[in-house]
Write a protein that binds this ligand. Structure first.
Ligand SMILES: O=C([O-])CC(=O)C(=O)O
Ligand SMILES: [Mg+2]
Length: 204
């Protein structure tokens, strides 16, 4: 699986998404704290009560290393559910990154840690720690259904989710698309147009 993760990490998200039937891309309002970071791992899912981060603390203690925490916080933007402390705790547990349908805080410190976080922006406001919530259940995050063990890939383009049953097929399809794009770029350098290469001249 490690090799598979490395291969995914090298691929453009657009190629992965196209090979995934053009599906699986989250709402682009979910943005990386640090656009230079790449993230890939298996989803460990969390549903927390909006404005309450206790379920995320639970997930940090439970998730196996190599996981990406994918958190449905109901799109709540009234407080920062995660910050520097929780991201550092994730790193110590071998968690590869975190996606939250909600806001985080401590942006400068998270960036300094080099831990990949994707969120609906920031809010320095606090959250309560009262409701245990649920982990390892099917959720929706950024408009995309996510189940435990699905593959999650993120970079400055956004976040794409690949169903666990399709990981191998999507990887091979995305690599084939990437190879084809190398050939297209070569043909463009030789002076052909996209209309010629893609044979749009029949309809354009
Ligand atoms: O403690 C919190 O609620 C979130 C936070 O700021 C941190 O993890 O550093
Ligand atoms: Mg903090």
């Amino acid at each position: 699986m490690e090799h598979v993760m490395e291969r995914f990490q090298r691929l453009p998200l657009g190629n992965i998404c196209d090979a995934n039937g053009k599906r699986g891309s989250m709402d682009p309002a979910i943005r990386p704290v640090d656009p230079s970071l790449h993230m890939v791992g298996r989803a460990y899912t969390v549903r927390c009560h909006p404005g309450d981060n206790l379920a995320i603390h639970k997930a940090i203690t439970e998730a196996p290393d190599g996981s990406v925490l994918v958190i449905d916080a109901g799109g709540y933007t009234g407080g920062g559910h995660i910050g520097e402390i929780m991201c550092f705790a994730c790193m110590q547990r071998g968690i590869r990154g975190l996606v939250i349908d909600g806001t985080c805080r401590d942006a400068d410190d998270i960036q300094a840690l080099g831990f990949p976080v994707f969120s609906r922006g920031f809010n320095p406001g606090g959250t309560v720690k009262e409701t245990v919530g649920q982990t390892e259940i099917p959720i929706v995050c950024g408009g995309v259904p996510v189940r435990p063990g699905d593959l999650v890939v993120g970079n400055r383009d956004g976040v794409v989710v690949v169903a666990k049953e399709n990981i191998e097929a999507v990887l091979e399809g995305a690599e084939a698309i990437a190879r084809k794009e190398v050939r297209v770029l070569e043909e463009l350098k030789q002076g052909r147009t996209t209309a010629e290469i893609y044979q749009f001249s029949k309809i354009l």
